[in-house]
Write a protein of this length. Structure first.
Length: 395
């Protein structure tokens, strides 16, 4: 009877955390003026899709196919707009509500993940609590981007990867594929987690990877066909390298002097980008970025160091990066994570989901571009590392 009572109590607490997450996200959306935020690439692509102009962006006078963004969230937005037949303002309201609800589901997914890894309901409740209240998680819901959805899919994917049942390998791979088609920066972290946690069950691991490839490959094939040469999930790598490295660069999209990310384009460079196919535009960015890096190797290394710190801590050049709540929460996460790493080294506890996610995020950003939004994924990684130290279990 006592066990039943504890289970019921835990269920009530979990339900309360889910409700808290939704309320806090709704409050953040309302008071941040989210509807007045500038339209992003996902919204522009969704608008073009709903208007029958295909997966295109319309930058620099070129309205052909784009691969700058992964497909899931723009297609979700476009599908909502087509299905409801409403103007964009209504769709924007609805997508923000969806972000809040997805944040609530992330709390539930976090509970399942921590319970699976640490064999403890209290661990699940603690992870759910932090996912419900951390400012980076709340602020992500105020943008019409796939960040909140990507966090949910990431946590669910890692949870299913941890399951020993081989029948769940294919569903885990499908979820992994959908995750990287929502936020492509998660490709490397998820591959590392799959390999890190599955090295003792090769058949299981291969099934996960194969299922993931089957989900992702059609999009890569589409990109390759429309651009007439091999293209990955997105083709924004060299654009990111160009933005993150150059005069006035800080390693993130926020340049010194509040300049726009592409402020260091010369008039000649701007002219060369106009009305040309996207692959040629990316080739220009590649050449310009490599030219600057070869000419300024020490500056590039300095910016890589800044990106490393911004990835594991916070982007202090972002408008909200140094707000008190964000500063305190991200600083505590970093300190706790560093402490967890020290304990991992001391006790040789290297089978860690936290290590796989963290290393993947660092490698995916340190040489290219660090963005404040990556903190939503680093939150998950660092919290798992801290909990691994607290519960003294190998992940």
């Amino acid at each position: 009877m006592r066990a039943i009572g504890l289970a019921q109590s835990g269920g009530v607490i979990l339900f309360g955390l889910v409700a808290l997450a939704i309320v806090l996200r709704g409050t953040t959306i309302h008071y941040s003026g989210a509807l007045q935020f500038p339209s992003g690439e996902d919204q522009s692509i969704a608008r073009h899709l709903s208007e029958g102009r295909g997966f295109s962006l319309g930058e620099y006078g070129y309205f052909g196919p784009t691969s700058l963004r992964p497909p899931v969230y723009p297609m979700l937005q476009a599908g909502t707009r087509i299905l409801l037949g409403k103007e964009s303002a209504f769709t924007s309201h609805l997508m923000l509500v969806v972000n809040a609800l997805v944040g609530g589901l992330s709390v539930l997914a976090g509970f399942l993940l921590a319970k699976q890894i640490f064999r403890s309901d209290s661990a699940g409740l603690w992870l759910g609590f932090f996912l419900a209240i951390l400012p980076t998680q709340l602020y992500a819901s105020a943008f019409q981007q796939g960040l909140s959805l990507a966090v949910l899919l990431l946590v669910l994917t890692v949870w299913m990867i941890q399951k020993p049942d081989i029948r769940l390998a294919v569903p885990a791979g499908i979820l992994a594929g959908l995750t990287v088609l929502t936020e492509s920066i998660l490709v490397l972290p998820l591959i590392l987690v799959i390999l890190w946690t599955g090295h003792r069950r090769m058949t299981h691991t291969l099934l996960i990877l194969l299922a993931g490839v089957c989900v992702v490959f059609p999009w890569i094939y589409r990109n390759t066909v429309v651009h007439r040469h091999w293209t990955g999930i997105t083709n924004q790598l060299w654009l990111d390298v160009f933005i993150g490295n150059g005069p006035n660069a800080t390693g993130s999209p926020h340049l010194y002097g509040n300049l726009s990310p592409l402020a260091h384009l010369s008039p000649d460079q701007t002219d060369r980008l106009k009305s040309v196919p996207e692959p040629l535009r990316m080739e220009h960015f590649r050449n310009w970025a490599l030219e600057w890096i070869r000419s300024h190797p020490l500056d590039y290394l300095r910016l890589c160091g800044q990106r490393l710190l911004k990835t594991i801590w916070l982007d202090w050049d972002h408008p909200v990066g140094l707000q008190p709540l964000n500063l305190v929460s991200r600083s505590l996460c970093l300190l706790g994570w560093v402490g967890a790493l020290i304990l991992m080294i001391k006790y040789h506890r290297w089978e860690s989901v936290s290590m796989g996610l963290s290393l993947g995020l660092i490698l995916a950003t340190v040489f290219t571009l660090s963005e404040a939004r990556n903190s939503v994924f680093m939150d998950v990684s660092q919290l798992l590392g801290i909990m691994g130290a607290v519960y003294r279990r190998s992940c």
